[in-house]
Ligand binder design. Structure first.
Ligand SMILES: Cc1ncc(COP(=O)(O)O)c(C=O)c1O
Length: 490
């Protein structure tokens, strides 16, 4: 197989160039039947490949032609036995991974700081989560991954678990010793499922953490769209397992996937795979150099810390991705969210995310020194301005939320009789809703967890800082839906 080929993208272009007379959807028919302003903006070329699964173009639900060939090339590039394209992001791929291994009532070992798609899959499948505490970084106020020791303990207590779920790397670019986790899980004949939303590129450079497939994991849901150059919403599910069959994965994916798959998204996956396979190493090499230079420059600015390899060495911080710039701003006495807004308003800079104590900026092959020097300059001014303004302010004290106790399975809680109570009067009640700060979308409460005073305070701190706390039906978070209490009749 030649990684120079793009069977899906090329096949699509050849089909479009034949200009067939179309009596099928999409009804805009290469743009002629749509709003003119939008058509002009998107352009005729893109619209000519906005096609549907007519027979010459194969079908993502039963791939045998150009999609199959493109998926095979992707499998070769990612070191998998099988690759499945997802047009429903990594969220869709994560749900498919979990639902491929878990039946109702089955246990799955998961870190508590998982993305909400994991909890959704746990609710849909009826699986019971065995939670592992992620290691908390008290200095930065972020969670890292899980340790091999914690996985060993969880499996010793639950050898009948049907899967171990790992985030590798985390949103902030930190990796645990995935190879060791895989060895432990496989010694119990338990497959390892990896959330690789933030790690499509790590497979293509030896200085980056091991990818899921390199570490021997069974499945990985990988956001090609985030850091691999394909269009937003396009991801892959990689499989290389003696525990899970491709047929099972295909049928679960099909259950979860739209029948109107976007060929623009699929073609972008094909093209991104070629780019990564052919040029990935060189591009990533340059990106690492640019990020390292930027990190050094930021660390020369007073009151700012851009995390580097000093973070390594704990059981959960085995390796890291230097293209992620975690910038701790707490010494300035302002929140990460304040910095996000300040950068937007003063310098038209948009960061990847902010939280109470940090901002996260990502450097990719799409950046040059022109962009990074704008960031460094802006941070220099930020530091000078707030040094004067906040000279009597203390650095922010890091507060990390408690991990609540799970009283009911998320599925039982989700489908239980519920009632709405005021948030401030909900202490001790069982939440029927997700509550999370998005991004990164990691739950403060899952359905089934007991609400604590400390976590309500944590929510208030985030809301007061302007951070986006999301999830409940009541967007103001004055109230929350909890499991109904059935009191005895008198
Ligand atoms: C850790 C993690 N997992 C999964 C996802 C879901 O990925 P997608 O947006 O491609 O559905 C995200 C998205 O931000 C994420 O941060």
């Amino acid at each position: 197989m030649s990684q120079q080929r793009t069977p899906l993208f090329t096949g699509l272009l050849e089909h479009a160039n034949q200009k067939p007379v179309q009596f099928h959807i999409p009804g805009h028919k290469t743009g002629k039947g749509m709003n003119e302003e939008f058509r002009q903006f998107i352009g005729d070329q893109a619209l000519s490949i906005d096609l549907i699964n007519i027979s010459p173009l194969d079908d993502l639900h039963h791939p045998h032609g150009m999609i199959k060939e493109a998926q095979n090339l992707a499998a070769e590039a990612f070191g998998a036995n099988h690759t499945f394209f997802s047009v429903q992001g990594t969220s869709g791929a994560i749900m498919a991974m979990i639902m491929s291994v878990c039946h109702p009532g089955d246990k799955i070992v998961v870190p508590r700081n998982v993305h909400k798609s994991v909890t959704s899959a746990i609710i849909f499948s009826g699986a019971t989560p065995v939670f592992i505490h992620p290691e908390l970084d008290e200095n930065l106020g972020i969670s890292h991954g899980i340790t091999p020791e914690a996985v060993q303990k969880a499996l010793t207590a639950n050898p009948d678990a049907k899967g171990v779920f790992v985030i590798n790397p985390t949103y902030f670019g930190i990796s645990a010793d995935l190879k060791k986790i895989v060895e432990i899980a496989h010694s119990y004949d338990v497959p390892v499922l990896v959330d690789e939303a933030h790690g499509v590129h790590i497979h293509f450079h030896e200085e980056l953490p091991l990818s899921a497939m390199q570490a021997g994991a069974d499945m990985a849901a990988t956001s090609v769209h985030k850091l691999g150059g394909s269009l937003t919403q396009s991801s892959v599910l990689n499989l290389k397992s003696r525990y899970v069959t491709p047929e099972r994965v295909q049928s679960v994916l099909s259950m979860l996937t739209t029948t109107s798959t976007s060929y623009i998204l699929l073609a972008s996956l094909d093209a991104a795979r070629k780019h990564l396979a052919i040029n990935g190493r060189t591009l990533i090499e340059n990106t690492i150099k640019l990020a390292e230079k930027t990190r050094k420059q930021i660390n020369n600015i007073s009151h700012l810390l851009c995390v580097g390899d000093e973070i390594l060495g704990s059981n959960a911080t085995y390796d890291y991705d230097p293209t992620k710039l975690i910038i701790s701003v707490k010494q300035l006495g302002i929140t990460g969210y304040d910095v996000e807004v300040w950068l937007r308003e003063r310098f038209n800079i948009e960061v990847e995310l902010s939280d109470l104590y940090n901002i996260l900026c990502i450097v990719t092959p799409g950046d040059t020194e022109e962009e990074t020097s704008i960031l460094v300059h802006a941070l220099q001014i930020l530091s000078e301005e707030f040094e004067v303004k906040n000279k009597d302010e203390e650095a922010l004290q890091v507060e990390v939320p408690d991990i609540p106790v799970l009283a009911l399975s998320p599925r039982d809680a989700f489908y239980a009789d519920t009632e709405i109570v005021s948030l401030d009067h909900s202490i001790g009640r069982i939440s029927a809703e997700f509550v999370m700060v998005y991004p990164p979308g990691i739950p403060i409460w899952l359905p089934g967890e007991i609400i604590t005073k400390e976590n309500i305070q944590y929510i208030h701190s985030n809301m007061d800082a302007g951070l986006p706390v999301q999830g409940p039906e009541d967007e103001t978070l004055e109230t929350i839906r909890v499991i109904k209490e059935h009191k005895a009749f008198r």
